[in-house]
Design a protein around this ligand. Sequence first.
Ligand code: FES
Ligand code: FES
Length: 165
Amino acid sequence: MTSSPTLETRSFSVNGRAVTVHVPEDTTLLSALRHDLDLKGTRVGCTEGYCGACTVLVDGRPVQSCNTPLWSVDGKTITTVEGLARGDVLGPVQEAFLLEQAAQCGYCTNGIIMTVTGLLSQNPPATKHEIVEVLDERHICRCGAQTRILKAIDRAIATIGGAAR
Ligand code: FES
Ligand code: FES
């Protein structure tokens, strides 16, 4: 007979809501978001920290949730793609990606939107050059939507601020 794993209690905030989950010690943030909290907007890609599809914001900073242990976000503030819109009004980066049709299959899109949102929300906001460097390092788009993604970043910078260089 196998014994069930010991569960640990983790409390944090997701999209403005305080949550508590009871999970095995090795649970990742990605797993808790998708399976315990039913927030499926955060994608499962490589699960090894290469593709960026699973990116969310932790205290405003873009983080790959697949290799972030849940214990490390205890007490912190998480934002997922579901938390960017206000009712029917999309967040400005979401809106920019929509208007530029900056997706093909869309699998990479949510993670990229979270990274761009985080970088443009910091003070001072990231420049386009800084954003592109981070995307190059931490995100993969296999569909070749990069040109439209760059246009969406320009549009988001024009709306939110940041330097278009
Ligand atoms: S699923 Fe997390 S980086 Fe690929
Ligand atoms: S739009 Fe398909 S992976 Fe980027």
